[in-house]
Ligand binder design. Structure first.
Ligand code: FDA
Length: 389
């Protein structure tokens, strides 16, 4: 069979790309259903974009690479698309847009767009062999037990990253890219909970509060959640993309303002209760109790000196913790790193050294923050490649 474009991966980027390519397009995926990550995303409602999308919301060895594609396909463009498909949406917080109803509406929309563009989709299909003869790619495919040979002028790598292997994530895009001379930067789990051995956090599992998490490279003010194995919640997932093994992070448990003035005022107006009780007025009780034990806080508030209150306030706004690791690809929302952007044209996503080869979506070394940015990159990079083809 001969096609103009063969797209590997029917996820967010692959399906979106097929809506733009024109000519004869075949999309293949080893899964039984397309867009599985879209289906489960955003708690089943898909945080499909972010109104505040800018290149600053992405990590990449080349921070300029994403600019062109993001500028040419914006959140407003995606909103126009979903308006045509009558999908209702709402802004949750921080510019994050979600479906009112179900994430599967986005999958159905992309399927409909593929059909409109005349693209074909083969599911339960794996790549057995791939070659390039200087003019075209020849792929040997296993389609539900049958062998098929497909020749294509353009090959688009859209098989995503390594996160959540249970959902079918593989390193196929990296392997093919490497085989055709592209480089792949170091990959690691990102947007992932951080773990602590012997942290004593287990009794705190389920405690949540607003916090500011920081290290030397980034700082995020969002919810923090204690888990049985460590820390999670949006602020932790965000910072995990900037964290490296062995490094400490700083947790500010009183991000609105340091507690010193308020502790002093409480001492002045009585202060007969103990310091632990006072702490529980500002923090969830279980956390206040944990910190009181950890930091050996005892005695009445009235007996605390200014120096002691200042030290406590400072500690609450800069609690240094050193994670022992992360939950890894098992639960990571994305993969940091990927196909080195230096080998790709930023306006078309085409490999500089091998015209006809394209890479889009999470497979590329462009990783968004939490909050709809990763889908926006999938849409924008897919649009860049699809329209270039
Ligand atoms: P994606 O992973 O979507 O698609 C890759 C496709 O390739 C899959 O269909 C897979 O089956 C297929 N494939 C892989 N290996 C293959 C092989 N060897 N052979 C054949 N097919 C193969 N982002 C966001 O912006 N908002 C959100 O709300 C969320 N929520 C979210 C929740 C969870 C639980 C996860 C894991 C991730 C998110 N994300 C997110 C991230 C987002 O899902 C992700 O960045 C995009 O799906 C990436 O799109 P791609 O098309 O590049 O890869």
């Amino acid at each position: 069979m001969r096609v103009d474009t063969l797209i590997l991966g029917a996820g967010a980027a692959g399906m979106m790309c097929a809506a733009f390519t024109g000519g004869r397009t075949l999309v293949i995926d080893h899964a039984r259903a397309p867009g599985e990550k879209i289906r489960i995303s955003g708690g089943g409602r898909c945080n499909f974009t972010n109104l505040g999308t800018s290149p600053a919301n992405f990590l990449s060895a080349n921070p300029h690479f994403a600019k062109s594609a993001l500028a040419r396909y914006t959140p407003q463009d995606f909103l126009s698309l979903i308006a045509r498909h009558r999908i209702a949406w709402h802004e949750k917080t921080l510019g994050q847009l979600f479906c009112d109803d179900k994430a599967t509406q986005i999958v159905a929309m992309l399927r409909a767009e593929m059909t409109r563009a005349g693209a074909e989709l083969w599911l339960s299909t794996t790549l057995a062999d791939l070659s390039h003869d200087g003019a075209a790619f020849t792929a040997t495919l296993d389609r539900e037990g049958r062998r098929e040979t497909v020749t294509a002028t353009h090959l688009v790598l859209a098989t995503g990253g390594k996160s959540i292997p249970k959902m079918g994530a593989t390193g196929l895009a990296y392997d093919i890219a490497t085989r055709f001379g592209l480089k792949v930067t170091e990959t690691r789990p990102a947007l992932v909970p951080l773990t602590f051995t012997d942290s004593g956090f287990a009794p705190l599992a389920g405690v949540a509060l607003p916090a500011r998490l920081s290290n030397a490279r980034a700082s995020f003010d969002e919810a923090l959640l204690f888990t049985h194995r460590g820390l999670s919640g949006p602020s932790v997932l965000q910072l995990s993309s900037y964290w490296r093994e062995g490094e400490a992070i700083s947790v500010n448990l009183t991000p609105a303002a340091p507690l010193f003035d308020s502790l002093r005022a409480a001492r002045q107006s009585g202060g007969r209760h103990d310091i632990k009780t006072e702490l529980a007025r500002h923090l969830p009780t279980r956390l206040a109790e944990h910190l009181a034990t950890e930091w050996a806080l005892s005695g009445r508030l009235a007996d605390q000196s200014d120096t002691a209150l200042r030290a406590l306030s400072d500690r609450l706004s800069d609690w240094p913790l050193t994670p022992s690791g992360s939950e890894g690809y098992r639960t990571a929302e994305v993969t940091l790193g990927g196909i080195d952007t230096r080998g790709l044209n930023s306006s078309s996503m085409e490999a500089k050294a091998l015209p006809g080869l394209f890479a889009i979506g999470e497979a590329v070394d462009v990783t968004g923050w939490l909050g709809g940015y990763n889908f926006q990159w999938a849409w924008a990079s897919a649009h860049a490649a699809g329209t270039a083809i």
